[in-house]
Design a protein around this ligand. Structure first.
Ligand SMILES: Nc1ncnc2c1ncn2[C@@H]1O[C@H](COP(=O)(O)OP(=O)(O)O)[C@@H](O)[C@H]1O
Ligand SMILES: CC(=O)N[C@@H](CCC(=O)OP(=O)(O)O)C(=O)O
Length: 309
C-alpha cells in the first residue's frame, strides 16, 4: 500500500494562474534581450534556456538577441587591448571589431544555441549580417553636444526580418548577435570590415519593432529601472512612453541604450517593453505567466492596446 500527501494543490494553482496569460500570449512574438551582465553563471544560463523553450512550447514565438559586453571586454583584455566606452557604447577600432564579432557570434551565441538545443532541434544562430537582417551606417556619439567618432559602431538603418519570420514559422528559436552589415555598398563590399558593432539593446528593440512583436523583454543585472540610481533602489514598476522620454536625459550609461530601445519599441507598435532582473532564476516565466510581474514595464502613451497591462 502506498499513501500520498496532497501537496499538488499549490502547483495546480500556479498552472491555473498562468491560464489567462497563456491565452493572451499564444501565437505572439516576444523578443528577449539577454544581457552579458545577466549571464553570470551556468545555472542562470540553463534556466534562461529552459524559460525560452517553455515559451516556445507554450505557443509563443520567442526570439533571442544576446549581449556580451563583459565577455568582449575580457577577450580584449587577454589580447592586451583596452576597452573604452563613450555614451554607453564601445569605442570599436577595426581590430576590436574582429574581437567583437568573434566573441558574439563565435562564443556567446554558440553557447546559447547549445543550451537551447539541449531541449530539441530548436535554436538557430545568426548575426545581423545574415540574410540582410540588419543594415547600419556609422554612428557618432553625442558627448555634451559634440559629435565624437567612436569607430565601427553602427546605427541601424534597415531591418529585413524575413529570415527571422521564416524561422519562427518553422517553429525554431532564432538567436541573434548584434552585428550589422554596412548599408554603404562600398563599405559592405570590403568583406570582413564592412560590418558594424551595434549595441544589443538597440538591436533587440529595432528587431522587436520590425517583427511587430507583442513584447520586448530586456534581461539585465538590476531589478529594473531605479528611480534615483545610484542613491535609491526604488524600482519604477510602470511608466508610459512620455514619462520615459522625460527621464531619458538623466539616465546613466548602461540604462541609456536599454531605455531608448524600450521607448523606440513602444513608439513603433510593440505593446510592452520590460526591463527585468536576469539574476532571478526563471524571471521570464514569472514576468509572462504570473499576475505579479517583476521589473519595469514601459507602455505606449494612449494605452489603448488590449493586452498592455
Ligand atoms: N536608473 C538606473 N536603474 C538601474 N540601473 C542603472 C540605472 N542607471 C544606470 N544603471 C546601470 O546600468 C547597468 C545595466 O546596464 P549594462 O551594464 O549595460 O547591462 P547589460 O549587460 O545587461 O546590457 C546596471 O547594472 C546599473 O549599473
Ligand atoms: C556598440 C556597443 O557598445 N556594442 C556592444 C555589443 C554587445 C552588447 O551590447 O552587450 P551587453 O548587452 O552585454 O552590454 C559592445 O561592444 O559591448
Amino acid at each position: 500500500m502506498s499513501t500520498r500527501k496532497h501537496t499538488a494543490l499549490p502547483k495546480a494553482r500556479t498552472l491555473i494562474e498562468a491560464l489567462p496569460w497563456l491565452t493572451r500570449h499564444h501565437g505572439k512574438t516576444v523578443v528577449i534581450k539577454f544581457g552579458g551582465n545577466a549571464m553570470i553563471d551556468e545555472e542562470l544560463k540553463r534556466a534562461f534556456a529552459q524559460d525560452v523553450v517553455f515559451l516556445r512550447h507554450a505557443g509563443l514565438r520567442p526570439v533571442v538577441v544576446h549581449g556580451g559586453g563583459p565577455q568582449i571586454s575580457a577577450q580584449l583584455d587577454l589580447l592586451g587591448l583596452e576597452s573604452e566606452f563613450k555614451g554607453g557604447l564601445r569605442v570599436t577600432t577595426p581590430e576590436a571589431m574582429n574581437v567583437v564579432r568573434m566573441v558574439l557570434a563565435g562564443q556567446v551565441q554558440r553557447e546559447l544555441v547549445g543550451l537551447l538545443n539541449e531541449h530539441g532541434p530548436l535554436a538557430i544562430g545568426m548575426t545581423g549580417e545574415d540574410a540582410h537582417l540588419m543594415a547600419a551606417t556609422k554612428h557618432y556619439a553625442d558627448i555634451d553636444g559634440e559629435r565624437v567618432d567612436i569607430g565601427r559602431v553602427g546605427e541601424i538603418t534597415a531591418i529585413d526580418p524575413g529570415a527571422v519570420q521564416a524561422l519562427l514559422d518553422d517553429g525554431r528559436i532564432p538567436v541573434i548577435s548584434s552585428i550589422a552589415r554596412s548599408s554603404d555598398a562600398e563599405d559592405a563590399a570590403s568583406g570582413g570590415s564592412g560590418v558594424f558593432n551595434v549595441n544589443a539593446d538597440t538591436a533587440a528593440a529595432a528587431l522587436a519593432a520590425a517583427l511587430g512583436a507583442e513584447t520586448l523583454m530586456v534581461l539585465t543585472d538590476v531589478e529594473g529601472l531605479y528611480e534615483d540610481w545610484p542613491d535609491s533602489d526604488e524600482v519604477i514598476s510602470r511608466l508610459t512612453a512620455s514619462e520615459l522620454e522625460k527621464l531619458l536625459p538623466d539616465l546613466a550609461s548602461g540604462m541609456v541604450p536599454k531605455m531608448r530601445g524600450c521607448l523606440h519599441a513602444v513608439r513603433n507598435g510593440v505593446h510592452t517593453a520590460r526591463v527585468i532582473d536576469g539574476r532571478v532564476q526563471h524571471s521570464i516565466l514569472l514576468e509572462i505567466f504570473t499576475d505579479e510581474g517583476i521589473g519595469t514595464m514601459v507602455v505606449p502613451d494612449a494605452n489603448t492596446i488590449e493586452g498592455a497591462t
